[in-house]
Design a protein around this ligand. Sequence first.
Ligand code: SAH
Ligand code: SF4
Length: 394
Amino acid sequence: MTAISQIERPAGAAAPMSLVGLTRPELADALRTIEIPERDIKMRVAQLWHWIYFQGAREFDQMLNVSKVQRARLAEHFTLARPEVTSQQVSSDGTRKWLIRMPPVDAKDKGAEIECVYIPESDRGTLCVSSQVGCTLTCTFCHTGTQKLVRNLTSREIVQQLVVARDMIGDFPGMTPPTDGLLPSGEGVRAVSNIVFMGMGEPLFNIDNVGAAIDVLSDGDGLSLSKRRITVSTSGVVPEIPPLGERAGTMLAISLHAVRDDLRDTLVPLNKKYPIDELLDACRNYPGLSNARRITFEYVMLKGVNDSPAEARELVRLLKGIPAKINLIPFNPWPGTKYECSDWDTIERFSDIVFNAGYASPVRTPRGRDILAACGQLKSETEKVRARARLMDE
Ligand code: SAH
Ligand code: SF4
């Protein structure tokens, strides 16, 4: 559980606290600080919840079922401010990448910039959210892993990514969607219908905040995303996999990327701690696993490294008995990487072996490549600006 103290504004800071992104218990605590009587707390939380998360309200005065006096009181102490979007890039394929500036969470924090990517398709819209600023792990093919600055995002900051995304694509009642770029269409299709924790960071190193955020995202009176449409991707933090299933009950994705421990040790160094057989055991026992709720295994295609037909066959053998989907991800290169993406023929050969073993359409189409928005390319702008400044100093 995120303590309210984590989200209180730092001493001396002028801005009142925003209520956007808080969990129900945090909202209740916030209301207690302005001495709302205990007997009214539940009702007030329910009202605020509806306005903040269902309606996307930006002003307390929109909350017509809250008395004028109460609205004024709320406005005196709190805001409905969102974190600032410092840049938006729209790809030629409709993918949008936002750089979001999070205000400091405590007196020591300087604030953080994180990236969040929206991927529209004809029948769905997927938001790829970050769970940490940077990542403490150092997977050798991942750009995020090279970022120095690391901290956990609070549950509030995780939820705010969805609120900001819905603001930006006009997805709250009464808003007008933007005219540039694609949005999914069709009866009952929501502009953001799915969430994947595949942005910056390792979500299972931040399970308390990720779990609390999932409670907010999936709450049926507010943002109302089905847990079957929320996927948490992990590089393999084995001890946290059962708690994720029990606590959050979301879909699980595993960044496997290799079928032998010696290779996985170099690609995903966490493998030295939790090797493949332990990881797959945790998968077999994932709560709620069934043919209708499969685990996604992600496999990044690295030229001459992990892409042979023998490895494809071994992948199929390893996953036998686990209700699984396989996602082959063409490697997304980034400046300075030593890896290359496998040739298309090699990917097809690999994919055919996997397909013939009964796994459907496994290659993930790269999206938003022109704006460096693809998996593993997210790295905060602050970091890049600092690197540029360092170069100029030299
Ligand atoms: N830390 C978590 C979630 C974020 S990474 C994890 O590792 O699962 C999301 C996905 O992008 C992971 O499968 C990761 O291995 C993959 N990825 C990282 N860098 C990549 C790159 N350069 N090209 C393609 N996929 C990449
Ligand atoms: Fe971290 Fe995931 Fe990147 Fe590995 S792949 S460095 S776990 S974000």
